[in-house]
Design a protein around this ligand. Structure first.
Ligand SMILES: [Zn+2]
Length: 490
């Protein structure tokens, strides 16, 4: 069904589509899935008993650990890829579809199966600490990815006449490849720069100005760096109307900082738009924004996935509108497929009423999402550990206009593993504030705010901007090293 129609259907109809897709999956593709076939047999679950999204509760969760290679099975990721063979096709492929296909298509059946099931593209999970896992796309999946791109352009209201610069780092990750496929599908003329490491920031900045780009796609941390350089070089970005972020979320503090910089290069009206994605979900979801910049949430694709929120402790589904961990079930993809995948991301809520901005009826995820792994136990005294939400640093540090860059380091006192933990906040002043800022005064303000909001006292260390940019790996990493944990027992 076309997105324009689907995205405005009543909730009941959307739920019916999801249930229907689920039943189709268990009739056909389930039989081609090595991992779930085994899991269902081991847990004595009848695949035909999964008729609605409510029945998904019977299926044990899948986690990143299930996807990781083991000694006995170094290609574990292949267990999650649909793999039909001739025998399975004969057994499970519905006769009516075979007949329909034979009447409608002149291509041979083998071509059709290749289009549906043969993996032809892969990219990897980004995992900062754990191993990267490949996720496979078939030709049909790439077409779905392009459709997802068109949906994002629709949600973000990007005009077809736009000119784009894709500044996502060129690497086998979702951000770059979705960016590429979205612009290709939308027939938007684009320069795919490969990011700072491939084309260089200087050339990217010049390209945005000279091409009069309306749309830029980038990782937030890198875009911030790019803007600072552009302001310094007094560039003109007046043609810019949309900036689409990927790779990580953008806090409101960060958005305000970016807005201030954009104002200086004549693009104060550019819309700053976030996406949410994880490799296992194979797509990205985009937000809608109210006039005041507040987000109405990430718009989901109910025909491609089912998303539920669970209590991370009990594994029970939370009540509607309540906070919980995002759990993802694929409904519309071939290649790599996961069911009830625990993302480790905590979301403030999922909403089902029509979006107040665009009127779409698809479910929306609150943009307040943080990784469970960003909550860390820190032992600041010998008595007990504190559970600290490291995301709070982002809001606090970005709210100081004088601060150009920052990094937080967790370490053991005197590098002694038996000692207490220490938190060091490295801070560099922005070029504009370098001369006129009293560092001592700033330090006192900063400490006061951190103590008030996070209830502990870190050490504050000033660094030169260039040095801190290097520490963050701004030019070389897909995600900057904003928080570094150097303790041995994490
Ligand atoms: Zn909307």
């Amino acid at each position: 069904m076309p997105w324009q129609k689907l995205s405005k259907l009543p909730r009941k109809d959307l739920e019916n589509i999801q249930n229907q897709k689920l039943r189709e999956f268990f009739k056909l593709n389930f039989n081609f899935h090595p991992y779930y076939k085994k899991l269902f047999a081991e847990n004595d679950i009848d695949p035909n008993s999964i008729k609605t999204t409510e029945d998904l509760k019977k299926i044990p969760f899948t986690t990143k650990l299930d996807l990781l290679p083991t000694k006995e099975n170094p290609k574990k990721f292949m267990d999650f890829v649909l793999q039909p063979d001739e025998e399975l096709i004969k057994k499970y492929f519905p006769k009516y579809r075979l007949l329909y296909w034979a009447l409608e298509s002149r291509k041979n059946f083998k071509d059709f199966l290749e289009h549906e099931y043969k993996p032809m593209h892969m990219h990897f999970t980004t995992g900062r600490s754990s191993m990267s896992i490949p996720f496979l796309y078939t030709q049909r999946d790439i077409e779905t990815l392009q459709d997802v791109g068109l949906r994002l352009m629709d949600i973000f209201n990007v005009k077809k006449e736009s000119i784009a610069v894709n500044a996502f780092p060129y690497s086998p990750h979702l951000a770059f490849w979705l960016g590429y496929n979205a612009l290709f599908a939308a027939k938007i003329p684009a320069l795919h720069t490969g990011g700072g490491k491939i084309m260089g920031t200087e050339k990217i900045i010049n390209a945005i100005e000279r091409m009069k780009a309306n749309l830029v796609m980038a990782i937030p941390g890198y875009f911030y760096h790019l803007l600072r350089e552009s302001v310094e070089q007094k560039k003109d970005f007046s043609s810019l109307t949309h900036v689409i972020f990927g790779g990580e979320g953008v806090s409101l503090g960060m958005k305000n900082k970016l807005k201030d910089l954009l104002l200086e290069i004549n693009s104060g009206n550019a819309k700053l738009l976030s996406t949410y994605a994880f490799t296992e979900g194979k797509a990205a979801w985009g937000e809608c924004m109210l006039e005041n910049g507040e987000s109405t949430g990430y718009h989901l694709y109910p025909d491609l996935e089912f998303i539920e929120l669970i209590d991370p402790k009990t594994g029970e589904r939370v009540n509607e509108g309540e906070q919980g961990e995002i759990v993802y079930t694929s409904l519309g993809w071939n290649g790599s497929v996961v069911l009830r995948y625990r993302t480790g991301d905590i979301c403030k809520g999922i909403y089902y009423e029509p979006c107040p901005v665009c009127g779409k009826t698809v479910p929306r995820l609150d943009t307040k999402i943080h990784r469970v792994s960003e909550f860390k136990e820190i032992n600041l005294t010998k008595i007990k550990g504190n559970l600290v939400n490291l995301n709070e640093f982002s809001e606090i540090l970005h709210s100081f206009k004088e601060i150009g860059e920052w990094q937080v380091e967790l370490k053991k006192k005197n590098n002694d593993p038996f000692e207490i933990d220490e938190v060091v906040v490295y801070v560099a002043l922005s070029k504009k504030s370098e001369k006129k800022t009293d560092k001592n005064e700033l330090k006192q303000h900063l400490l006061k705010k951190i103590i008030a909001e996070m209830e502990f006292t870190p050490e504050i260390v000033f660094k030169e901007l260039k040095e801190l940019e290097h520490m963050l790996g701004l030019h070389t990493e897909l995600k900057e090293k904003r928080i570094v944990d150097r303790r041995e027992n994490k």
